[in-house]
Design a protein around this ligand. Sequence first.
Ligand code: ATP
Length: 308
Amino acid sequence: MSTAATQSRHHPASYGAGAHIVCDNLIRIYRTDKVEVVALQGLDLLVDRGELVAVIGASGSGKSTLLNILSGLDQPTAGLCRVGDQDLLEMSGRQRLRYRRHVVGFVWQQTARNLVPYLSVCDNVLLPLLASRTGRDERHERVEQLLGLLGVADVRDRRPGELSGGQQQRVSIAVALANRPEVLLADEPTGELDSRTAEEVFGALQRVNTELGVTVVVVTHDAGVSEHVGRTVGIRDGRTSSEVLRHDTGHEGLVAQEYAVLDRVGRLQLPQEFTSALQMDRRVRLELEEDHIGVWPDRPAGPEGGAS
Ligand SMILES: Nc1ncnc2c1ncn2[C@@H]1O[C@H](COP(=O)(O)OP(=O)(O)OP(=O)(O)O)[C@@H](O)[C@H]1O
């Protein structure tokens, strides 16, 4: 289990201390003339430095809203959002620009948003480095390192339109990482790809996470992502609802285990499959046992109505 996740369970008062990314009771309300949409309704999320986390959820659950906030493009309505020592609610315009250029890198679903179509692969990766005034030798070293790591060195002189979808996204990852950001954010990076190519892109995200130590948050509705990451966080209706952790047990190999998320005040969302299977409605009966908490449907106690 991630250190941040374990720590939040044991010391709710110091929620998020030591985590790289902290979202605490994050709220984002979109207001238009007539309607108000609560896209995030108190979302909690902790990510450790160097972790690779997938955020999955149905359409409209708030995934892109979360990523837009983490990328500094959008601001939350309330709550706390911190990346390293940067507070995303308190930043000035100038700090926000610096944050977007140097602290986070992003990969979007549409390649057109990631790459300049008339530049070669090599020049696309070089572009952010020119803007950041990195020295010439260091620039070329970084470009070579990234092209090699992402397996696109052989297509360095091609333009984005001359690449496969998977190659385009791998080049997009290289562009996003050029300025050595601490965090890489990817919004549906495999949304336009077939499942084999999607595997290739998830593999590339895994590689940069392991080799460069960059913290990666990937948002997707592709449930297949859980094969490639240590932790999958489920969001539903703008809140974190569940987590799947993959443990290496040694003898049995990697085993996936699903957890419900407990927030800092102890709230827990029970999976709907569980509550409907036991016809739990409105309220449940709780009992503290030595090593677990029992949850029972609220039915009259009797020969058949007792705890099970
Ligand atoms: N600019 C906006 N103005 C009003 N409502 C918005 C805006 N952006 C998002 N929403 C609403 O907020 C909710 C969450 O949207 P969001 O795009 O974050 O979901 P998502 O999980 O990324 O969905 P998808 O997988 O379809 O991209 C939705 O109900 C959406 O309609």
